[in-house]
Design a protein around this ligand. Structure first.
Ligand SMILES: [Zn+2]
Length: 371
């Protein structure tokens, strides 16, 4: 087994280079909710059915003379919760849609939406806002309702975890269509108009919007295709890049592979959770260079691996550094359909091994990984 591993001479340099993504990944994985496997955007399908979702409260809307700042690029998904203090910083407006529902939207996003809507109307395309902002409290209420009605298992699978829905931001808008004077707002009806959605998607970027859950990116976003769910990012150039290259926000922000990653640091008597997380981040950063591969699982191999014998083996691979400790991590991942120079195509790689070492008082470095 050991012979199937190789020493990576360039590894140290690569790991250092990639260290910048450490914090982001760390944050991502700390917040990981690996229980969530929902494939449709929770809450959306019920947006028009449940009026409670649009409950608003005047005292949540902030006053003009305060200064507010939100990060329009904020990543909120199944692994990344709404940033702290967001709801205090958020400035929103309310509008009433053609169905008579009150819809709350972040202020700037609403202005951009009105411009988009006007431009679409020039082409004979009519859209309206089904659902936009839902507060964390709204989502908690939805979760409670679903739990009561359908049981906890179903609720967890169907409703986005409160705090982890992009609709909390006020920047995510669910559109619906008006075709020949008729409102089309049920998901199953809306998907019958792919040409209209394409025409809408073409106009998004110039107004600072992106399509948030593109087709074929479920493994990254954690959500199935939703032509109606658009996201304001307040940056037409970034939006243009994302839309023209068919990226997800996760990919654009370099947080790819996080949405479906199952991470298990296990229990260790030798290392703290922070120490293991730090090592895991190194693996994830390195993995990010495995082009086209999708990381599914990342696991700490256990304290029993940290032996004098393994430390000695590692030192044989790299005798330039005086390593004091060694840990092993295991990963499962899928190789790209077209294959690569290193891997067979379209293959699920199981228990792929990584050895990391560190000097006394030093940080973890990947020393060996399986070929
Ligand atoms: Zn949505």
């Amino acid at each position: 087994m050991r012979r199937s591993m190789r020493f990576a001479a360039a590894c140290t340099a690569i790991c250092l280079l990639l260290a910048g993504c450490g914090d982001k990944n760390k944050n991502t994985e700390n917040k990981a909710d690996t229980q969530q496997t929902t494939q449709t955007e929770a809450g959306d399908a019920f947006a028009t059915a449940d009026e409670d979702m649009l409950t608003t409260s005047d005292d949540e809307t902030t006053t003009e003379d305060e200064t507010h700042s939100i990060d329009y690029m904020a990543l909120v998904n199944k692994l990344n919760p709404l940033p702290e203090n967001w709801e205090n910083e958020l400035e929103t407006v309310h509008c009433t849609n053609s169905l008579g529902d009150d819809v709350e939207v972040e202020k700037k996003a609403y202005d951009a939406y009105l411009e988009l809507k006007a431009e679409l109307e020039e082409e004979g395309i009519y859209v309206d806002l089904d659902s936009a902002r839902r507060s964390v409290a709204d989502q908690e209420r939805i979760m409670a309702d679903f739990t009561e009605q359908y049981g906890e298992d179903y609720a967890i699978k169907t409703v986005a975890t409160p705090g982890f829905s992009e609709h909390h931001t006020g920047l995510a808008l669910d559109l619906y269509l008006n075709v020949y004077g008729e409102d089309i707002y049920l998901n199953e009806d809306m998907v019958q108009y792919p040409e209209i959605w394409s025409a809408i998607h073409e106009k998004l970027a110039e107004h600072g919007f992106i399509l948030r859950y593109p087709e074929g990116k479920e493994h990254i976003t954690g959500y199935g295709y939703e032509p109606w769910h658009i996201r304001y990012i307040d940056d037409a150039d970034a939006a243009e890049k994302i839309m023209s290259e068919g990226l997800t926000l996760e990919e654009y922000l370099g947080a790819v592979n996080s949405a479906e990653l199952k991470e298990d640091l296990g229990t260790s008597k030798l290392f703290s959770e922070e120490e293991l997380e730090e090592a895991a981040v190194q693996v994830k950063c390195k993995f990010a260079t495995f082009e086209g591969c999708e990381l599914h699982s990342l696991r700490y191999a256990g304290d029993e691996f940290t032996t004098k014998e393994n430390l000695a083996i590692m030192k044989e691979f790299d005798n330039t550094t005086n390593y004091a400790e060694v840990v092993e991590f295991l990963t499962d991942f899928h190789t790209p359909k077209e294959g690569s120079q290193v891997f067979d195509p379209d293959t699920e790689m199981k228990d792929y091994r990584w050895w990391l070492g560190r000097e006394k008082d030093g940080g973890w470095q990947i020393i060996i990984w399986e070929k």
